[in-house]
Design a protein around this ligand. Structure first.
Ligand code: HEC
Ligand code: HEC
Length: 268
């Protein structure tokens, strides 16, 4: 046994270990904070300081044109959907809406039930109608017929129209989401393709705020909307919720869902 003290710089082994540890830490820091970040050519991680900041996760102006936000390529909705939006409509509003709706009957039917392939509005959620009208007006959703129709409506007009149509009796639900009636895509979705059951948002299982009432919609309309979501011509769904669903559907599933909501499958 020697009584030599271990932790002192007079001990050569101690000095070597300390210096060695410091050297390893310095090399690791150089690799992690400087070499690896600068090896990335995609973003401008140029300069040692930017490289260090990027490795440490400190936001600096690494990105080209620093400071500017990324603009989406398509126009997105400006509406914030909450369960409270237009949840209480007044009789006055409904009355005013009924008068305003005279110019809509030509296509959406006298009581909001369309005979043509326009969507029904009778009993549609007020928040949905209001949102769609704003989206048409602001260009987040475009349609040759509806965009000009919405152009001159005031915010109050849109609220009143929404109140009126939502007060009309809606086409009854085909609410049996049992397997026999609903196609699998409606009742179960397709988990492997990240599709939640339609009924989880559109009613039957649950209703999520902002999800339209689909029962009774003409099959041609439902199909056209699903295709428009899938190919990105309709982009007003918040967070791409419907684009992500529709993009992953097969043509057969689109037909099956459209037919189911139009009640065409009833006889079978
Ligand atoms: C000339 C026919 C026509 C007239 C008039 C018309 N619409 Fe439409 N409307 C349509 C069509 C067609 C669509 C489907 C658009 C699409 O395919 O994207 C539509 C869609 C809508 C939608 C979206 C429905 C949904 O389920 O997403 C709302 C809301 C709407 N119209 C409200 C109105 C209101 C309110 C008026 C009157 C101020 C009106 N429309 C007048 C033809 C018309
Ligand atoms: C996670 C919730 C969610 C799921 C799951 C979902 N949807 Fe939707 N869907 C929405 C929302 C929200 C909207 C309204 C988009 C907007 O704001 O324009 C919508 C809109 C639609 C529309 C347009 C309706 C109209 O009146 O314009 C159709 C058609 C539709 N969904 C069909 C389906 C089908 C079919 C499925 C199942 C394969 C499905 N959705 C699954 C939330 C959902």
């Amino acid at each position: 046994m020697s009584d030599e003290r271990l932790f002192t710089f007079r001990n050569r082994w101690f000095t070597v270990s300390v210096l060695g540890t410091i050297a390893i830490a310095a090399v690791a820091a150089l690799i992690g904070f400087v070499w690896l970040p600068t090896a990335q050519r995609d973003a401008p991680f140029t300069g040692i300081w930017n490289a260090i900041c990027s490795a440490a996760g400190v936001p600096r102006e690494w990105y080209a044109g620093g400071g500017t936000t990324v603009e989406p390529k398509v126009k997105l909705t400006s509406v914030e959907m909450t369960p409270q939006l237009l949840s209480n409509v007044s009789a006055n509003s409904i009355g005013r809406g009924a008068t305003l709706a005279l110019r809509c009957t030509m296509c959406h039917g006298e009581r909001g039930m369309s005979d043509a392939n326009s969507p029904n509005l009778a009993g549609q959620y007020a928040s949905v109608i209001y949102k769609q009208l704003i989206d048409f007006q602001k260009g987040a959703r475009t349609n040759a017929v509806m965009s000009p129709m919405a152009m001159n409506l005031s915010d109050q007009d849109m609220r009143d129209l929404a109140a009126y149509y939502s007060s009309l009796p809606r086409p009854p639900a085909q609410r049996k989401v049992s397997e026999a009636l609903a196609p699998p895509i409606v009742a179960h979705g397709a988990p492997m393709r990240n599709i939640a059951p339609c009924a989880a948002c559109h009613g039957g299982i649950d209703n999520k705020a902002g999800s339209p009432w689909l029962d009774g919609l003409p099959a041609a309309y439902t199909k056209a909307q699903l295709i428009a979501f899938a190919n990105g011509t309709r982009t007003n769904d918040i967070d791409g919720v419907m684009r992500n669903v529709a993009r992953n559907m097969t043509p057969e599933e689109i037909d099956a869902a459209a037919a189911y909501y139009a009640r065409e499958g009833n006889a079978k």
